[in-house]
Design a protein around this ligand. Structure first.
Ligand code: HEC
Length: 186
């Protein structure tokens, strides 16, 4: 009995804590993906993977060919990787940029959240996270990294339930979706 009460109390507390946290761990200072707000512009320019001690060390071990003579990950080399290597890098991006709040499948699972989405829809949300939902941090990587993460999410994304003829909709679902997600740019 007391155990159940304890579970209920902890669950409620965690739910509220999760709800109030929003995109920040510390408001206006540290984002939910453990990145400082002040770091976002440089991460977008030089790469999310380059910006993290562990991400950089990991990529250096798993994909040494993308490391330049200055010891940094070369964005152009990432773009030229094989599909299998892109999946590996995409997974690292997911683990370090999204996994604090999302799992791959299950609770807040990205597979379920992107059910039936096409590549363009996923890419739109990846590059406009904070516009899609205000409680997500802004995208903190390069355009190449966004493309690689999009491809990775495509490998997870669950298909739409079968038996429904989505193609017979009288309007383009994707067009209205993209307009909705990007139209509120300020
Ligand atoms: C600070 C926490 C946080 C981080 C970090 C985060 N998200 Fe989210 N995201 C959420 C929450 C909360 C939702 C609302 C859906 C839910 O209940 O999980 C959401 C929703 C989504 C959705 C569904 C959007 C829609 O319109 O239906 C997608 C897709 C998504 N996130 C992708 C990502 C990706 C990709 C990353 C990493 C690049 C990421 N998120 C990082 C908290 C986060």
């Amino acid at each position: 009995m007391y155990f159940l009460l304890g579970v209920a109390a902890t669950g409620t507390g965690e739910f509220i804590r999760e709800g109030v946290r929003k995109p920040y761990i510390v408001y206006n200072f540290v984002l939910g993906n453990n990145v400082l707000v002040s770091q976002v512009p440089s991460l977008r320019a030089t790469g999310y993977l380059n910006g993290g001690i562990w991400t950089k060390a990991l990529v250096r071990t798993t994909h040494p060919t993308v490391i330049g003579s200055d010891g940094n990950i070369m964005d152009s080399a990432l773009a030229g990787l094989s599909a299998t290597d892109r999946t590996g890098i995409g997974r690292v991006l997911f683990q370090y940029h999204c996994n604090d709040c999302h799992s791959e499948r299950g609770f807040s699972g990205i597979a379920e959240l992107t059910r039936g989405w096409n590549k363009e829809m996923i890419h739109t949300v990846v590059t406009h996270l904070d516009k899609a939902h205000f409680f997500m941090p802004p995208w903190c990587g390069t355009a190449t990294e966004a493309a690689i993460l999009t491809d990775y999410i495509m490998t997870l994304s669950a298909p739409s339930p079968s038996g429904m003829k989505f193609s017979s909709f009288p309007f383009s679902v994707q067009e209205s979706f993209t307009a909705q997600k990007t139209g509120k740019e300020r």
